[in-house]
Design a protein around this ligand. Structure first.
Ligand SMILES: *[C@@H]1O[C@H](CO)[C@@H](O)[C@H](O)[C@H]1NC(C)=O
Ligand SMILES: *[C@@H]1O[C@H](CO)[C@@H](O)[C@H](O)[C@H]1NC(C)=O
Ligand SMILES: *[C@@H]1O[C@H](CO)[C@@H](O)[C@H](O)[C@H]1NC(C)=O
Ligand SMILES: *[C@@H]1O[C@H](CO)[C@@H](O)[C@H](O)[C@H]1NC(C)=O
Ligand SMILES: *[C@@H]1O[C@H](CO)[C@@H](O)[C@H](O)[C@H]1NC(C)=O
Ligand SMILES: *[C@@H]1O[C@H](CO)[C@@H](O)[C@H](O)[C@H]1NC(C)=O
Length: 262
């Protein structure tokens, strides 16, 4: 089988090595998970097939990649003059607090922690595959997500996401492999995820977190200016704190799109 670099990074490892997919036989009782995974592997199969027939690997040209548009309400476009620098799949948890003990109050968002996986090449070559990745990634438990790449796509880690305080989402895209910069951000805009979004692991969640536009605060490097969180899967808390512990985590995945000044 022909495995060019671009295929190898995202697709080939899966196609070649008959991966040990870390889901149990009980998965058959989880129709959403099975649907998501089978869609993904069917698409993967056809991509690898197409890859075999290509004489030349496509160039991973990010100028071909198109930021997904939220429906029914769109986020504002990236600011004039910015160019796409990186696309990552984020996989981690959204953290919430119910520490006030008020059972009718909604949980308060207190941050998130996620690993970022390099999906730039997939974004520029196979946007349909990219857009399935968050919902696929969500079905894999964090403990089963490898330290160096995202099961089952084999995408390499390109950075990390955390919060430095409750209103400052922070991204670092500096790894041994690539130094793309860091970006402390502030929320600029938020729209609800489409109702078709995957609600949570095994379809048992409370919905997908909002799509966001973030703008960099001072301290950003690598010319990073704006970050979008789109195609979210999972991450929402229950509507109220009833029965919830003082702090808790909700599994989520999303695409992150990073824009820099030219
Ligand atoms: C993921 O973790 C949950 C909670 O520990 C467990 O119930 C579930 O079986 C795990 N799923 C997989 C696919 O390992
Ligand atoms: C990793 O990210 C960089 C920067 O966005 C990009 O140039 C490169 O093509 C990416 N690699 C893969 C395999 O996606
Ligand atoms: C969120 O969850 C992560 C993972 O358990 C934890 O390390 C982190 O401290 C939590 N953050 C907050 C703000 O609760
Ligand atoms: C509990 O939360 C609800 C909903 O946010 C609010 O209306 C109510 O005033 C809160 N009660 C107390 C005691 O803070
Ligand atoms: C959070 O951090 C940002 C950036 O350092 C700062 O501007 C903001 O005032 C901080 N907010 C709180 C509530 O501490
Ligand atoms: C969002 O960004 C636009 C363009 O940079 C700016 O004009 C607007 O004030 C920002 N809004 C918020 C809520 O930060």
């Amino acid at each position: 089988m022909l495995c060019n670099l671009w295929v190898a990074s995202a697709l080939c490892a899966v196609a070649l090595s008959a991966p040990t997919i870390p889901y149990s036989s009980a998965a058959a009782e989880r129709p959403t998970e099975m649907k998501v995974l089978s869609e993904y592997f069917n698409m993967l199969g056809s991509k690898v097939q197409a890859g075999n027939q290509m004489a030349e690997a496509p160039v991973c040209d990010l100028s071909n990649a198109v930021l997904p548009t939220a429906s029914p309400t769109a986020l504002p476009k990236p600011s004039e003059g910015l160019v796409l620098k990186h696309v990552a799949i984020g996989r981690g948890t959204q953290n919430y607090s119910c520490s006030t003990g008020n059972a009718t109050a909604p949980p308060a968002a207190v941050g998130a922690i996620a690993t970022l996986y390099n999906a730039s090449c997939v974004a520029s070559t196979y946007p349909d595959l990219l857009n399935l990745l968050p919902s696929v990634a969500l079905q894999f438990n964090l403990s089963s997500v490898s330290q160096t790449s995202l099961t089952p796509s084999n995408l390499a880690i390109s950075g990390h996401h955390l919060f430095t305080n409750t209103t400052t989402p922070f991204f670092t895209l500096n790894t041994d492999a690539m130094q793309l910069g860091v970006a402390p951000c502030a929320k600029n805009n938020s729209v609800s995820a489409p109702t078709s979004a995957v609600k949570g692991q095994y379809d048992q969640g409370f919905g997908a977190v909002a799509w966001l536009k973030l703008t960099a605060r001072s301290g950003a490097t690598g010319n990073l200016e704006e970050v979008y969180r789109v195609n979210t899967a999972g991450g929402n808390p229950p509507a109220t704190c009833a029965g919830m512990p003082a702090t808790f985590e909700v599994q989520y995945a999303a695409e992150y799109w990073f824009y820099e000044s030219a």
